[in-house]
Design a protein around this ligand. Structure first.
Ligand SMILES: [Zn+2]
Length: 324
């Protein structure tokens, strides 16, 4: 199962914070130059969208709205279905990632469709962009390396939480089925008791299970449809990032995926056909397919991303691992 790759291999524990103030104007400038390094067209699309006005909520307004939020407040940046881009920013380096992430979604949203495929692959492009942006910042700016890597550290911790919640919800569904549509506290506690107490997933369940249950009750729905995009996205982004690192021309795959997501139809079949032209590990012969090879490869790519987080650029020796 894809979620287990993440719960088993994310040896990070602490969310980190930013120390340096970065004005939003500077963040926008950095993202413009970064997009230009990926695809010249993206830099001009980026600037056009920033200046564009349209009708939203019956009012004429800029297509991008910037809202300053206090540090540590939830970031609710989003590209709305009607195309309005809302950027919550806090004047740190995190804003660079937020702007690049949301604009990647915006580039894929010319007609505002909400297809199955977007649900499935929607975060793959935006997360690959985040990984490439980290490389770009390390190479082209003088910000502290630890500061540049905060986003990825926090991103991976959030995805680990998503992955654990998905496994938890699947476990609930399994127990529900096994007990003929009945699920109570005893059944759940018995199950927890039967788990290997040293396993990572047991630790995650016992730490967060109560929160996951509360979320389900509060939202009246299981959260995995929303969360799985980030799990799939992170794994596919690790794979695509690896391919791009090995051969820069593979950026073309990312650009194609951004384009395909923007043109996506509501018919799954046609979408899948256009994706076969890309070398995506989960899509084979026009079908979504996960085999052992795929799992091994995705695990290796993901572990590589995690390992790089604790390494100094260019060195294979782990440093400051105590901090992680
Ligand atoms: Zn996103």
């Amino acid at each position: 199962m894809l979620s287990s790759i993440i719960t088993e291999n994310t040896n990070l524990t602490v969310y980190k914070d930013y120390e340096t103030k970065v004005p939003i104007e500077l963040s926008i400038e950095i993202v413009k130059n970064f997009f230009s390094s990926i695809n010249k067209e993206y830099a001009s699309m980026f600037q056009n969208i920033l200046q564009e006005e349209n009708i939203y909520d019956n009012k004429r307004m800029y297509s991008v709205q910037f809202h300053k939020i206090p540090k540590c407040q939830n970031n609710n940046s989003i590209v709305r279905k009607d195309g309005l881009v809302i950027i919550d920013y806090e004047e740190t380096l995190d804003d660079v990632y937020t702007v690049a992430h949301e604009f990647t979604h915006k580039f894929s949203q010319p007609k505002n469709q909400d297809s199955m495929l977007k649900q499935f692959l929607g975060e793959t492009t935006s997360l690959t962009i985040e990984f490439l942006l980290q490389d770009y910042l390390l190479k082209n700016t003088l910000y502290d390396e630890d500061e540049i890597k905060v986003r990825k550290n926090n991103r991976f911790l959030a995805v680990k939480d998503d992955a654990a919640a998905i496994i938890f919800e699947h476990t609930l569904l399994k127990l529900y089925q096994q007990n003929n549509g009945c699920l109570n506290q005893d059944i759940l506690l018995n199950y927890l008791d039967s788990m290997d107490k040293d396993s990572e997933i047991y630790k995650l369940f016992s730490k967060n299970g109560y929160d996951y249950l509360n979320d389900i009750v509060k939202n009246g729905a299981l959260s995995f449809p929303k969360r799985q995009r980030y799990v799939i996205g992170t794994l596919l982004a690790s794979d695509l990032h690896d391919k791009i690192e090995n051969d820069k021309t593979n950026i073309k795959q990312l650009v194609s995926l951004i384009t395909i997501l923007g043109k996506t139809d509501l018919t799954m079949d046609r979408d899948l056909k256009s994706l076969t032209t890309l070398d995506l590990p989960l899509i084979n012969n026009g079908k979504i397919e996960i085999n052992d090879n795929t799992l091994t490869n995705l695990t290796a790519c993901y572990k590589n991303e995690i390992a790089n987080l604790s390494h100094t650029n260019g060195s294979n020796l782990p440093i400051r691992t105590s901090k992680l």
